[in-house]
Design a protein around this ligand. Sequence first.
Ligand code: UD1
Ligand code: UDP
Length: 357
Amino acid sequence: MSIAIVLGTRPEIIKMAPMIRECQRRGQDFFVLHTGQHYSYEMDKVFFTQLELPQPHYNLDVGSGSHAEQTGKIMSGIEKILIKEDPDIVLVQGDTNTVMAGALAASKLHIEVGHIEAGLRSFDRNMPEEINRVVADHISDYLFAPTETAKSHLLKEGIDDAKISITGNTIVDSVYQSRDIAERKINALTDLGIKPKEYFLVTAHRAENVDDRARLKEIIKGLELINKEYSLPVIFPMHPRTKKMIQVFGIEFDGIRAIDPVGFLEFLQLEANAKLALTDSGGVQEETCILGVPCVTLRDNTERPETLEAKSNLLAGANSAEILKGTKHMLQQGNGWKNPFGNGNASKCILDFIAIT
Ligand code: UD1
Ligand code: UDP
């Protein structure tokens, strides 16, 4: 059996890394197809180097563009490679344009599709990711749901129970596989001159936040309020989209340390030692829950409700006063929750499931 692993963005590289390692460990026939949706060194190559992943066998170099342009380029590029390689199954992970385009191209060629991280729903179709998730789930042959909640969404939408398996999320595998390496090899805090539990960590990149001037300004204002209230550094490794929009909107800020995006090992260390993280990232909501660090999500909804139930995370939206209030609330609360995303064996479960069916 041969497997095509399709990926294209930072979170997909991080969450597919355990799948690639598990394929290598089993001597599984596989190849990696990178769409090139992310291409800047710090959004792409740094992860292959740090995580010691093999170079992708193919890179479509599609780069940035409108949704239709990017999706179309990915589909036509993937189609040619799938026809040539004729794999038995295509694996996609998450909810990006790469995922929807990869799943569509494969399914139209009658190649089986496995969707890792299936069944997540924000129930907000304004998010491009929600459309990508729904499409990918409904054309997939294997749905690897991280939790019971994710599975229940798929069943409610009429997807056949036999196609679904609950595997946990490969982010747990990834965090467990990299946490100790980060502790041994990386000195991110020393390099930034900060101390454990004496700084806040921020990421924000969602289109609905950073492409909207008013929302982005309010988020920045909320971070400034936190800096003033606690007199602690606010470290913000800035996604290129956010950096671009801050320049376009001419937004200025004070008391926030914007830095370039960092590698996964640095980021894990920064997350594990943060007093609290503020984010609109899906992966960061999960990782903080796994690492026992409180999180405030800068969104009105989340497709990770397990983190709200665990009380590791709170939705603050994009209002500055609510962001400060949410931060205070999360800091008053303890952090004794249980990680709901599995025990770090998701990649093994997924490959076992594919092997027996
Ligand atoms: C994409 C995904 C989003 C995911 C995020 C992970 C879609 C619709 N969005 O959003 O779900 O959470 O990746 O980070 O698939 N850019 C660079 N260098 C890069 C990549 C992007 O400078 O390597 C800049 C470009 O100006 C580009 C912008 O970022 O126009 C947005 O990139 P794009 O891939 O379209 O979406 P993301 O916001 O990264
Ligand atoms: N991340 C990273 N460096 C950074 C910021 C984030 O390695 O500077 C990692 C983070 O640990 C997580 C992933 O990137 O695993 C999240 O990616 P992103 O927020 O871009 O996408 P999302 O998870 O929202 O789809």
